[in-house]
Design a protein around this ligand. Structure first.
Ligand code: PHE
Length: 352
């Protein structure tokens, strides 16, 4: 009987060796450990054994059963591992390949410059106020002290939005961010008409002019307008603020100068130049040998404009300034053609 058990075990383990797939393993399990297997026949014949044989054969049969079961488990695991290894090999994943870079895009250079201008002015206490791009003649010109037919309108040829005839007050694309001054002052004054609060804001945004597009002029461009209104604000505050801005924008050693100028909505008016940061003031192509670059227009808010905004010009004064971020970028990077900005040529845009 014991010999027979050894043979059963040997035959089973031998035939297990050549098995490499799950189906064959299932067949093996039925043949060698199933109900009609030789091993089970030994168990069923147990009752016919003598009292002395029973414990010996019983122990041996159990040992064989455990041996076959653990061999089965081992084989089953081996088959699963082999299948996994095969599928990994078939996928041919080369883990040493470098990953594909994700393209994250970038901000438009004009937006980058606009944001750094705003960041500096925000640090200096100016709050961002956004205003509309489509305006009326009244807001874009009349409230800013441009009377109808005033020659200064020719400085800013307008793009009109076609609507029914509105007489003296047609709708147009704003030619500058200055009409935002009126909106902002009126909004602030409405909160307390007897005692309008002080204002310190920046108005960023796109402006539109009816221009022949050339290397030097575009029909659209950004401006950043600044406005401070309060009691006792003087031209010294304007100069101090803009000198500080220039140092933060162009560096601690930046030199600036103010030249008298004219805008209908400021009086007195000025333009601020910065010492040419390309040649350091010695004279070069960028500054046309003058050593200076024009950076912005500014001035003390005209009394009529304060009045139009709801601020009593006998009590309040203020200053305003307006600058072009694209122009600053052009000067800084020696970009000689403004058309690059809205031409959508990625070779240009990718440099920023
Ligand atoms: N709005 C003027 C322009 O577009 C710039 C400016 C703004 C000048 C504020 C003075 C004060 O040229």
């Amino acid at each position: 009987m014991l010999d027979q058990l050894n043979e059963i075990e040997k035959a089973a383990l031998d035939s297990l060796q050549s098995i490499t797939d799950q189906a064959a393993l299932d067949a093996w399990r039925i043949a060698h450990t199933g109900r009609s297997s030789p091993l089970m026949a030994v168990f069923s014949g147990f009752g016919k054994l003598s009292k002395e044989e029973k414990p010996v054969v019983g122990q041996a049969a159990n040992r064989v059963k455990v041996a076959l079961e653990s061999a089965l488990e081992e084989k089953s695991a081996a088959i699963k591992n082999a299948a996994l290894a095969k599928s990994i090999a078939e996928e041919k994943l080369d883990v040493t390949l470098p990953g594909r870079a994700v393209k994250i895009g970038r901000l438009h250079p004009a937006t980058q410059q606009l944001r750094s201008v705003l960041a500096i002015l925000a640090e200096m206490g100016f709050q961002v106020y956004t205003s509309r791009e489509v305006e009326t003649d009244e807001m874009n010109f009349q409230m800013l002290n441009f009377p109808p037919d005033h020659p200064a309108r020719e400085m800013q040829d307008s793009l009109y939005v076609e609507t029914a005839d509105r007489g003296e007050n047609p709708i147009l694309m704003r030619t500058h961010t200055s009409p935002g001054q009126i909106h902002a002052m009126r909004e602030a004054a409405a909160t307390n008409p007897q005692n309008p609060p002080p204002i310190r804001i920046v108005l960023p945004g796109m402006c539109f002019r009816n221009e022949q597009i050339t290397a030097r002029s575009e029909i659209q461009f950004n401006q950043v307008e600044g406005l401070a209104v309060g009691e006792g604000i003087t031209f010294a505050d304007l100069k101090g603020t803009l000198a500080d801005f220039a140092r933060r924008m162009f560096g601690q050693d930046a030199r600036i100068r103010f030249r008298a100028s004219y805008f209908p909505f400021t009086e007195p008016s000025a333009e601020m130049d910065a010492e040419c940061f390309v040649c350091g003031g010695k004279g070069c192509g960028v500054c046309k040998n003058s050593g200076w670059l024009e950076i912005l227009g500014c001035g003390m808010v005209h009394p009529n404009v304060l009045q139009n905004g709801g601020y009593d010009p006998k009590r309040y004064t203020g200053f305003a300034f307006g600058m072009g971020p694209e122009r600053q970028l052009m000067l800084r990077n020696k970009i000689n053609d403004i058309r690059y900005f809205w031409g959508n040529d990625v070779r240009f845009l990718e440099q920023f």
